[in-house]
Design a protein around this ligand. Structure first.
Ligand SMILES: CC(C)(COP(=O)(O)OP(=O)(O)OC[C@H]1O[C@@H](n2cnc3c(N)ncnc32)[C@H](O)[C@@H]1OP(=O)(O)O)[C@@H](O)C(=O)NCCC(=O)NCCS
Length: 167
């Protein structure tokens, strides 16, 4: 691992995963997934066109400190995705942060979310991260049942401030 330079590599991009009991498979994302990711992002409340998502995805996939995993079922139907990145903060050390996770409405409660998070956790172990963290909007009630069931503990409540960087 080259933590001192380009950041950790993303080993999970290498191969396809195995199917879970619901027949869901995990695999690394590619630029061709932009449309499916965009559609699911709309469900999450972040509407973005496929072109915009494709451009972001290309930049993200070119980085070694990023992980983007796709869950699919049937004949390659995308039913979920997860994005995580690895960063190191002076006060908290090296950690993997889950920055996006969504499972299609019709595919929830079948273990898809759990599989995606377990993949991110495996990556965290590989890159020797100290923790896996995730921030989730207080109004996403299902996620506040989901993460504790996977062993995550709520550690603080924050207010997110935002200011436009471009004038
Ligand atoms: C949160 C989310 C990713 C969970 O995905 P999922 O595939 O349905 O989750 P899983 O089937 O792996 O659930 C694992 C466990 O979490 C808990 N859980 C998940 N959803 C739950 C819900 N709606 N109510 C209560 N418990 C829930 C259960 O303990 C479940 O195990 P069980 O089904 O055996 O009881 C999904 O609901 C989602 O995409 N929500 C909208 C987007 C979102 O909130 N993303 C997270 C933002 S960071």
């Amino acid at each position: 691992m080259r933590r001192d330079r380009a950041g950790p590599r993303a080993p999970s991009r290498r191969g396809a995963g195995t199917a879970n009991a619901s027949g869901v498979r995990l695999r690394a994302a590619s630029a061709g997934d932009a449309e499916s990711i965009a559609a699911l992002s709309g469900e999450l409340g972040y509407p973005a066109g496929p072109g915009t998502v494709r451009a972001r995805l290309r930049r993200i996939l070119a980085r070694e400190d990023q992980l983007v995993i796709i869950a699919e079922h049937g004949r390659g139907r995308v039913c979920g995705w997860l994005q995580a990145h690895c960063n190191e903060a002076l006060e908290s050390g090296l950690r993997v942060e889950i920055v996006g996770l969504i499972v299609a409405k019709g595919m929830r409660r079948r273990g898809v979310g759990r599989c995606l998070v377990e993949r991110a956790e495996a990556w965290a172990r590989e890159v020797a991260a100290e923790t896996v963290v995730v921030r989730s909007n207080a109004r996403r009630l299902e996620s506040h049942a989901f993460y504790p069931s996977l062993g995550y503990q709520a550690t603080k409540t924050q207010v997110v401030y935002r200011k436009r960087a471009q004038t």
